[in-house]
Design a protein around this ligand. Sequence first.
Ligand code: C2O
Ligand code: CU
Ligand code: CU
Length: 480
Amino acid sequence: MNSDFSILRRRFLQAGAAFAAASFLPTGISRAAGVDERRLTIAPGRASLLGKDKPESDVWTYDGVVPGPLLRVRQGQPVRILVENRLDEDTTVHWHGIRLPNDMDGVPGLTQPPIRPGETFTYEFTPPDAGTFWYHPHANSLEQLGRGLAGVLIVDEIDPVAVDRDLLWVLRDWRVTLEGQIASGFGNMMEAGMSGRVGNIVTLNGAVPGDQPVRAGERVRLRLVNVSLARIMGLRFEGHDPLVVAIDGQPCEPHRPEDGRLLLGPAMRIDLMIDMTGVPGGRYRVTDDFYKGLEYELLVLAYSDEAPLRTTFPEPIALPLNPLPEPDLSAPDRHDLTLEGGMMSRMKEAGGMGRGMMQGMGGMMGMGQALWSINGTSMTGDGHADMPPLMSLARGKTHLITMRNLTAWWHPMHLHGFSFRVLTRNGAEAPYSQWADTVLMAPEDTVEVAFVADNPGDWMLHCHVTDHQMAGLMTVLRVA
Ligand code: C2O
Ligand code: CU
Ligand code: CU
């Protein structure tokens, strides 16, 4: 760690201490008067996913576009979003990563009734945290997400962050036919017991990723959001040294990614500061090498010929912290969550293939087909209102959860309604201070996370590989 970073680190930790006792809004921030009102219409539409002269694809959209419109709101300002469902089936909107009242969380049958075709539902909340969040349905998730329903919600800091540009890359893959149509066959059992529905094309902001124009000497805040059903990305920026400044919307201790590779699982967000240190006219590749042997070039950072905006860069900056309650680790309530199932799991724990897998191999997944489990229970499909919460967490207390992945697969494990601190991985202390709402677990990983259960309600916890979620890697935690 060079000296720049130790200074930054110290500042970061000091700032954190200042917030330790803060409540839901940072002190000194007054709620802006008035409600910021928006509308979202969910309806079928068309998108050119394959590129300009190629056939268009039938997709499901928010406001006719894929990804959905960028909703940009302000920290601490109340928002009201009127959502109209013009699909032929029920839906809801979940505001992924936002700490909000439970009845605004968008889980049908658990936190609200589904929005029926033709109906409008009004979501209202005041985002306490600035950062990069996103929204998506929580009904028939595999198909609704798979057909395009996902959009980004940026909550802006009260004071603008000093960068030259603020860029958003919404990354996702799709499984399309040669004619450019979304391939049917959602809920393939074999996939659901393995890596999930990984697609065959990748888009950036809904289009084939092309050259990204940049200028030498600029400092860019780049927000990466992976809204894929199942694809995990391992991104590298040739010739650049991006600084990770936020994870899942929450500022983290600024750090350079390990091995220069950014791991971005489904639902995860990373905010980077990138100083454009390349030369005018230069071309630098951004690649994804997560899946061995399937490396590809995502896009090229294409430098203009303009003279550099600057030749020496200001010191790296950290983002202002959000008012998260700091877990008290002196005497936390401890809980264990054990993930099991899927193909090729260790025989002793998981019984090899789950029983559901044997029955349904190669076929389509029926609702309620369980291939995965958390502590031996499998909530499937869109969840069950009739299934009791797996555990009840005392409100206001610090909870430390040890998650063990006994499967042979990766799982981005997501908790609704809270951001948690990632404390340790496989016994080793996390290399930098961070919060997350989705923690990526490698096969056999054990991760410890902690949070203060300050927000009452029934909250989903699930894998964000959507096939895994729907096939049982999902449960509910009650905070009361
Ligand atoms: Cu993006 Cu249940 O979550
Ligand atoms: Cu969520
Ligand atoms: Cu999973």
